[in-house]
Design a protein around this ligand. Structure first.
Ligand code: ZN
Length: 137
């Protein structure tokens, strides 16, 4: 539900001619570049699917990555490839005792270390994205 709402918002902003959220585009471009490079190295004829790992804190929308990918990959080996996006957990390290723990998106403003109760933590992961594997023919 939240995801669909966010997409509508982006579309509406675009319709009004204002700045739209375009950060998926350069990221999708770099994903495609890497995919094509690997496809060539493996003498692939076609890329069927790409498994991506995207941190839960990243505000990249799955639907938009796929849409941009479909658009950018036209006429390439990766045309029509399915993006399979897996969300990786948000990891925080306690600033007091260095314990690493998983955090939830909804609780990011309210972190508490499970080991010592300290509220200061440093984000270890959650914003990154990378290509885990790809299926080629
Ligand atoms: Zn701690």
């Amino acid at each position: 539900m939240a995801r669909a709402g966010a997409c509508d918002q982006i579309v509406n902003k675009g319709d009004e001619g204002k700045d739209i959220s375009m950060h998926e585009l350069p990221i999708t471009e770099s994903i495609l570049k890497i995919v094509l490079k690997h496809a060539k190295m493996n003498s692939a004829r076609k890329v069927m699917a790409i498994h991506l790992q995207v941190g839960k804190l990243s505000d990249l929308e799955d639907d938009w990555i796929q849409r941009y990918f479909d658009y950018l990959s036209k006429g390439t080996l990766a045309e029509g490839a399915m993006l399979k996006i897996e969300r990786t957990p948000i990891m925080v390290q306690c600033n007091a005792c260095s314990t690493s723990y998983k955090a939830e998106m909804a609780r990011m403003g309210d972190l508490v270390c499970p080991a010592c109760g300290e509220k200061d933590g440093t984000l270890l992961s959650g914003r990154e994205y990378y290509i885990k594997e790809m299926e080629v023919q």
